[in-house]
Design a protein around this ligand. Structure first.
Ligand SMILES: [Zn+2]
Length: 294
């Protein structure tokens, strides 16, 4: 009798092993991952190569609860451009993989980035009345355009990168407004500057900062004639206040291609180029992208 129960026990044990899912087996044998420690400035990016310890488990990366696009797996590592929210000035950005094992949510912390506080100044800006106090018609237009932008951001290319070279700043001219400053428009509306303004005389040719897909080429209320290029891996660049658009939505443009001509359209007090850089859902200081390389 004892022998039979032993055999039964072994049978149950081996059959339960046989029914372990691939993910469960992998999860049970996961090695401890050393947590990468680094620093990041709020409003800037940090390029990291993170250990990716999974084979069959499909894990997504979240930093400060925001999904970050993961580059292709190479020697057990995946490249990620971690971006940090401009407005979160203290604490840590925790990066963790999130995945499911037999329908149960799991997570694994892989990096901890201490936030270093960038000091951003306050600037007063004067703009025509219609941009400081919006009419009902303007509000309706702005809402429509916000929806369009939300769609563009939602559909960001995250599973591949379209560029092979370093990002370049669009112009070598004087910076007339830095990234990140808090802004008060006509002593009323409070906002912040989410890009970098370059001096650009009218009719200056504006090149693409890197290879990518044109995902927006339209005239918007605030940003005037605007182009957004999706470069993949969660990275987009935006070019505003143009006088004309030289590319169309859907075009793939190489680095340096002339995509538009500078101007003074939208909420702009003088001809200039507003250059925005969006990485994994945060508008960041474009110079930090130039610095991090590829
Ligand atoms: Zn600007």
């Amino acid at each position: 009798m004892k022998r039979i129960s032993n055999i039964l026990f072994i049978l149950i044990l081996s059959s339960s092993c046989a029914f372990l899912s691939k993910e469960k087996k992998e999860f049970d044998s996961l090695q401890k991952v050393t947590i990468l420690q680094a620093k990041i400035f709020n409003g800037k990016i940090k390029k990291l190569n993170l250990i990716y310890p999974f084979q069959t488990i499909a894990a997504k990366l979240f930093c400060a609860d925001r999904e970050m696009a993961l580059g292709a797996l190479k020697n057990g590592l995946r490249q990620v451009f971690v971006s940090s929210d401009r407005h979160i000035e203290t604490g840590d950005v925790i990066c963790e993989y999130r995945f499911k094992v037999d329908e149960v949510d799991k997570s694994l912390v892989v990096a901890k980035l201490k936030i270093e506080n960038s000091k951003y100044p306050l600037r007063k800006v004067r703009v025509p009345k219609k941009y400081a106090k919006l009419s009902d018609k303007a509000i309706a237009r702005w809402k429509r355009e916000t929806k369009t932008l939300d769609e563009v951001y939602k559909n960001a290319i995250v599973d591949r990168k379209l560029f092979q070279s370093k990002f370049k700043k669009p112009l070598a001219s004087k910076i007339t407004a830095i990234y990140g400053s808090k802004r008060v428009f006509n002593d009323m509306k409070h906002s912040w500057h989410s890009g970098i303004d370059f001096r650009a005389r009218k009719k200056t040719k504006i090149p693409a900062s890197n290879r990518g897909k044109v995902v927006l080429a339209r005239h918007h209320f605030f940003t005037g004639k605007t182009i957004i290029i999706d470069h993949g891996l969660g990275i987009m660049t935006m070019y505003c206040h143009l006088s004309s658009l030289k590319v169309s939505e859907g075009d793939i443009v190489p680095l340096g291609e002339i995509i538009g001509i500078s101007g003074n359209t939208g909420r702009s007090s003088a001809p200039h180029l507003h250059w925005g850089v969006r990485v994994n859902g945060n508008w960041v200081d474009g110079f930090s992208l130039l610095k991090e390389g590829i």
